[in-house]
Design a protein around this ligand. Structure first.
Ligand code: C2E
Ligand code: CA
Ligand code: CA
Length: 600
């Protein structure tokens, strides 16, 4: 997946500026390595004197043309001054050999020649010579030609090594830098960290709001990442083994390399700083964009001693972080490698799951606290995998989202939940509401309201008996199309429930703007109510907010009698949780309904 063969010869000047603090290679000239190949030692000496005079500090003279290729490869010069006529191996031979060598092809060559005939020059140009210089060499002519050639080369190196959007070192530059660091053997191999940073749901933003907004967002993210590295450097110094390098790998992928872990802050701290830096919305035009990142961390030498392995493992860890829901980081472990294999297997199987009737819905009752009556159900997806057994959504929903399959799964769930609700209605259980979870990509589909409409009509269920569960994090921005989609869903008469409330931005403007009917208190607060005063206070605050706004409230994850009593004391209307019932297959739900005398 990573191109490891990108060694461009003679990238010393570009590399020098990467190694440092990213400053422009201002004095490319004097840092350039100039190699001279001429069989005449006197010419070499004269040119060398001219170059020294002009400020060039690194010159490599060679009077044995037979060793030319070997030396060019070793010295990686920025430019070669090459005599055309030499005994044995001629300048043409060397040019020819260079032009057919992938590594040497792009080293600029200025031909030194007394010959002024057009044919010779043409042939040299065809073989890739950059320029000509007449012998005997005139000093001002020499410096002028050199300067031009080097300036052009610096420009070309920059194009090849920097990302034009963010002006960060690109993937190729990063790989070169990492490789050269990994090859350093003195004094002992350093411990290094590679952080693979991938923005969550960037594609959605790009698709919904357009490339212009996407590009601006990437630039803003770059600025925040740069600021993180700067502030960390201020706090901890830059580490004896060099500063951290930030690079853009393409798309929404960034990489940070900490070259000297022993003298730098821990990678998890860096990852936390990145998360904090991205937490505040990025404002672009009328959009407040919420971005987060999934970060994978690989450490050398433990997780790899070569470029490919380190980058691959950081990538595997990043995917693991993403699978856990994003907005987090993960260290690489060999176990992850096994999991990433499993991930691929599951993704493959998911494509058959819908058509092969392997998906199931389990239903968890929602109960009115005051009466003890079942008022509805949350439909929760399961995958009856032919080999792995019953899989929980945490294992396959993130994969389905990443693989672009969630739309199909979600549509299936809507149809299935509606037809099940109809079946219960026909069995005499009326006024039940079924809640179906939505996923972010579904809200980006302009036809999503029509899909819901079809599901309702095909089952013959009224819109008021369906509730759609969404989370705040699904909304990319206020001006985003998902808000318009939800508006249309709401206009149809379908209810909207804000899931996991309290864990996201808990923004009141969302509540009003979206015409929410119900909020679900996240189960983490309910679980902590017994022990944490803070959680109890949050639950109380949510309940009074909901009362004020005239919203229904469902407390999630109620497991104990105490929790239920606590909620009842604060006038919470409904609850759902293991205390009453686990999510169950539909046939077991019918029994439960009969038992609770829900039949009217
Ligand atoms: P969620 O929407 O927050 O669903 C509630 C989760 O809490 C369910 O996990 C449920 O089994 C679990 N739960 C219920 N009562 C208790 C309790 O008392 N204690 C504890 N500890 N947990 C309880 P489940 O079924 O594994 O689903 C996990 C998540 O997967 C859901 O979280 C939802 O985000 C997602 N999901 C499930 N079905 C679908 C679906 O059809 N479409 C989409 N897009 N996502 C789904
Ligand atoms: Ca839910
Ligand atoms: Ca929830």
């Amino acid at each position: 997946m990573f191109d490891d063969k990108l060694t461009l010869a003679g990238t010393r000047s570009a590399r020098a500026s990467l190694a440092g603090n990213g400053e422009e290679a201002a004095d490319t000239l004097t840092h350039s390595t100039v190699m001279m190949i001429d069989d005449d030692p006197i010419t070499l000496e004269v040119i060398q004197a001219f170059l020294a005079e002009a400020g060039y500090r690194k010159t490599v003279p060679l009077s044995q043309p037979a060793q030319a290729l070997q030396l060019i490869r070793h010295e990686q010069p920025d430019v070669v001054l090459l005599d055309l006529l030499m005994p044995g191996v001629s300048g043409f031979d060397i040019l020819q050999a260079m032009s057919s060598d992938a590594e040497l092809r792009y080293v600029p060559v200025i031909m030194l020649t007394a010959a002024s005939d057009a044919e010779t020059k043409l042939r040299a140009l065809e073989l890739g010579a950059t320029d000509f210089l007449a012998k005997p060499v005139d000093p001002s002519e020499l410096t002028l030609r050199l300067r031009n050639t080097l300036a052009f080369k610096a420009y070309r190196d920059r194009l090849a090594h920097y990302d034009s959007l963010t002006e960060l070192p690109n993937r190729r530059a990063f790989i070169e830098r990492l490789r050269s660091l990994l090859q350093q053997e003195t004094p002992a191999p350093q411990r290094m960290a590679v952080l693979h940073i991938d923005l969550d749901r960037f594609k959605e933003i790009n698709d919904t709001l357009g490339y212009g907004v996407g590009d601006t967002l990437l630039k803003a993210v770059t600025e925040r990442l740069r600021a993180v590295l700067r502030s960390i450097e201020k706090l901890h110094g830059s580490g004896a083994g060099g500063r951290s390098v930030l690079s853009r790998f393409g798309g929404d992928e960034f990489i940070v390399l900490t070259p000297d872990l022993a003298n730098s802050p821990m990678p998890e701290m860096l990852a936390r700083h990145v998360a904090t830096a991205l937490a505040a919305p990025i404002i672009i035009g009328e959009h407040d964009l919420y971005v987060s990142a999934s970060i994978g961390i690989a450490i050398s030498p433990d997780d790899g001693v070569d470029v490919i392995t380190l980058l691959k493992n950081a990538d595997v860890a990043m995917h693991a972080a993403k699978q856990l829901g994003g907005n987090g980081f993960m260290f690489y472990s060999s176990e992850l490698n096994i999991r990433s294999l499993e991930r691929l297997t599951l993704e493959h199987g998911l494509r058959q799951a819908v058509s092969g009737a392997q998906l199931r819905l389990h239903y968890q009752p929602q109960v009115e606290i005051a009466s003890g009556r079942i008022v509805g159900f949350e439909a929760l997806m399961r995958w009856q995998h032919p080999e792995l057994g019953l899989l929980m959504p945490g294992r396959f929903i993130p994969i389905a989202e990443a693989a672009g399959l969630i739309g199909e799964l979600g549509e299936w769930a809507l149809f299935e939940a509606c037809s099940q609700l109809k079946a219960w209605e026909l069995a005499g259980f009326r006024d039940l509401v079924v809640s179906v979870n939505a996923a972010a990509p579904q809200l980006q589909q302009a036809h999503f309201p029509e899909t819901i409409d079809r599901a309702l009509k095909s089952a013959g269920v009224l819109p008021g008996n369906l509730m759609l569960e969404i989370t705040e994090s699904m909304l990319i921005s206020e001006g985003d199309q998902s808000v318009a989609v939800l508006d249309r869903v709401k206009d149809m008469g379908v209810g909207l429930s804000l899931d996991d409330f309290g864990t996201g931005y808990s923004s009141f403007s969302h509540l009003k703007r979206l015409r929410i009917d119900e909020i679900k208190i996240d189960r983490s607060f309910v679980a902590d109510m017994d022990t944490s005063l803070e959680s109890t206070a949050i639950v109380a605050a949510i309940l009074s907010l909901a009362t004020g706004l005239g919203l229904k409230v469902v407390a999630e994850g109620v497991e104990t009698e105490d929790q239920l009593a606590n909620l009842a004391a604060r006038s919470c209307q409904n609850f759902q949780g293991y205390y009453f019932s686990h999510p169950l297959p539909a046939d077991q739900i019918s029994g439960l309904l009969a038992l609770r005398a829900n039949r009217k």
